[in-house]
Design a protein around this ligand. Structure first.
Ligand code: NAD
Ligand code: UFG
Length: 339
């Protein structure tokens, strides 16, 4: 069965391609490489012994996308393609709205034209915005606090409208918490452009000596040690969640949102100490001002995904640290490192 993976060259997409290939799916990837390197797909092949069919296509190019559907009998789509940097989205909102929303509209149009109605969509826990209590559950009223988050929220609403107009659609909205870690092989992992925005790649780049020290954004949050608390989920657990969601949309119709997280929160200081303990690398840090837009605590209730998809995260923070470090230490320059 052929599955189209948009954004399949990226961090979460490449890990999901590995799981799809290992499970016996044929994988067609569409990616314009705006935030990824094609080398990731070579390495997916090294891990699985199987290749994906790759198209360097922008989702905004409807004609090129239609050609892919014409050439392949696509049964379902896993839709990762999008821009994801929160801070950048504040400065470049039109770029984010155009790429993420128009890209999704074009994808849905083409899917409708070719009678493909099964989609797994990368949403984000960012759609919960500021809430009074944790853990976040899928029934909460949604609210986004920045343009990136609003693209996810708007796409969730658009996909609901698409289903309302044609009840043949089966759509899973996967609200990820904080994806981290890397494939056990250390062959694929996260390779951000420039200085990382996110905590984990920052920690691993300090550990490998590319960055001097970590700034811990805020030491006065109402948390047990004053630093921000997040629900860190291993990227391989997340990838497997996509396979479970895919099986679900292949067998059902409707739109369903699922939290993909562990249900546990860890503070920034706990993550630093855990990394130091499992890897033996010291992470110099200093506590600085809060980062604008950050919330104190975010972790999800993943019980709906367990009940309806039969999925739960199994990898803990020690494995996350070990796997992230294996990737970074073997690939100090990401995909530009020769293996
Ligand atoms: P990524 O940037 O590594 O992967 C996204 C891929 O999409 C990249 O390869 C990029 O080149 C491609 N892409 C972007 N716009 C495109 C377009 N118009 N046409 C074709 N390809 C395009 O990001 P990721 O971390 O793998 O995230 C995947 C998805 O998950 C994104 O939608 C992101 O918003 C969402 N998400 C990520 C996180 C996270 O922390 N990583 C958290 C929640 C949600
Ligand atoms: N942090 C630091 N120093 C850094 C980077 C981050 O102290 O250099 C802290 C943040 O303040 C926060 C925690 O580490 O408390 C995690 O920050 P990340 O930037 O790694 O992740 P966020 O929770 O801010 O955001 C992530 C994704 C978003 C997504 C959101 C909710 O980047 O795309 O999770 O799923 F929307």
């Amino acid at each position: 069965m052929k599955v189209l993976v948009t954004g399949g060259v990226g961090y979460i997409g490449s890990h999901t391609c590995v799981e799809l290939l290992n499970a016996g799916y044929e994988v067609v990837v569409v990616d314009n490489l705006m935030n990824s390197k094609q080398e990731a797909l070579e390495r997916v092949k090294d891990i699985t012994g199987k290749g994906v069919l790759f198209y360097n296509v922008d989702l905004l190019d409807k004609e090129a996308l239609s050609k892919v559907f014409l050439e392949h009998e696509i049964r379902a789509v896993i839709h990762f393609a999008g821009l994801k940097a929160v801070g950048e989205s504040v400065f470049l909102p039109l770029k984010y709205y155009h790429n993420n929303i128009t890209g999704t509209l074009i994808l849905c149009e083409v899917m409708e034209e070719f009678g493909v109605h099964q989609m797994v969509f990368s949403s984000s826990a960012t759609v919960y915005g500021l809430q009074d209590c944790v853990p976040f559950h899928e029934g909460l009223t949604l609210q986004a606090t920045n343009p990136y988050g609003r693209t996810k929220l708007m796409i969730e609403e658009i996909l609901q409208d698409v289903y309302d107009s044609n009840n043949n659609w089966g759509i899973a909205l996967l609200r990820y918490f904080n994806p981290v870690g890397a494939h056990l092989s250390g062959v694929i992992g996260e390779d951000p452009n420039g200085i990382p925005n996110n905590l984990f790649p920052y920690i691993t780049q300090v550990a490998v000596g590319k960055l001097e020290k970590l700034s811990v954004f805020g030491g006065d949050y109402p948390t047990h040690d004053g630093t921000g608390v997040r629900d860190y989920i291993h990227v391989v657990d997340l990838a497997i969640g996509h396979l479970k969601a895919l099986e679900h949309v292949l067998n059902t119709t409707g739109v369903n949102a699922y939290n993909l997280g562990t249900g546990k929160g860890y503070s920034v200081l706990e993550m630093i100490h855990s990394f130091e303990k499992t890897t033996g690398k010291k992470i110099p840090y200093q506590i600085t001002e809060r980062r604008s837009g950050d919330i104190a605590i975010s972790y999800g209730d993943p019980s709906k995904a367990k009940k309806e998809l039969g999925w739960e995260a199994v990898k803990g923070i020690d494995e996350i640290c070990e796997d992230a470090w294996r990737w970074q230490s073997k690939n100090p320059n990401g995909y530009e490192t020769k293996l």
